[in-house]
Design a binder for this molecule. Sequence first.
Ligand SMILES: Nc1ncnc2c1ncn2[C@@H]1O[C@H](COP(=O)(O)OP(=O)(O)OP(=O)(O)O)[C@@H](O)[C@H]1O
Ligand SMILES: [Mg+2]
Length: 277
Amino acid sequence: MTPTFGFSVVRNRFEFSDECKMRCHVWRQYSSTASILIFLSLNETTLLDPDRATTRFKGRQDLFNQIETLALSSPPPILLLYGGRRIGKTSSLRYLPQKMGSDIIPLFVDMQGLQADDPRNFVTALAQAIQTSARTTRNYNLPPIDAEAVRRDPFPALQQWFTEIEQVIDRAKRILLCLDEFERLDRIFAGDQIHAPLNFFRNVMQHRQRWIVLFSGSTHPDDLQSHWNDCLINARSLLVSYLDDAAARELIRQPIPDFPDIYDPAAVERILHLTRC
Ligand SMILES: Nc1ncnc2c1ncn2[C@@H]1O[C@H](COP(=O)(O)OP(=O)(O)OP(=O)(O)O)[C@@H](O)[C@H]1O
Ligand SMILES: [Mg+2]
């Protein structure tokens, strides 16, 4: 097999929009049937945007069903989503608003992206991220958090703000707070400081029946630092693994709409084998 890298081979056959920023690695496989194996990988920095990616997101229906069932159960458990790097955790979370029924309000927070280096900054940034998510996913205008109260005592202020949120959001609905890259908390809160946010989230889960907290990260539950044990003791772990067979085949054959039918069946099988789907 002679590997050649670049866009030119595929550009002649179909167009990518610049916005897609997809990167193609092309291996030309010279075999008796002269088949061409093309392996596409998405740009590592490009997340699928649910508003624009249309059918580019594949599969994961089992995961969505599981999350929805658990979120609507009584009482709902804490959820711990985990899986290897680049497996699709963040993308799946970003699709929750489209995949969940209207009874559930998913709020997505990218903990990695929070501009926070102390408890006050953290609470302010968390509240802003929740506000933005509520507006963009379910069109809720949440009140701003009381900045003066945050300055005085950040986590009680956050508790008070959650109470205000409950007054804005229809009583029948469940609020699914998704904290992506939750391990970042260990870097924002050094030493004993970590207990303040963990106690806060534990309190939310124990006393606010309409809230479900979903922690998402790449650390296996058994490898979490010991202070997470109390917080996640009854958490329901959900593994995000490889796409199932049907979704993987679709991703290969139809990664984007109108992708031409370019694969020999044997090439599809080979890609599935190499990617362990
Ligand atoms: N179900 C899917 N269908 C199609 N493409 C997907 C799917 N899930 C993820 N991807 C693509 O795979 C890449 C990695 O996904 P994502 O960033 O969601 O993984 P991750 O598990 O959150 O990674 P990390 O551990 O680095 O945060 C992204 O570019 C995304 O566009
Ligand atoms: Mg991620």
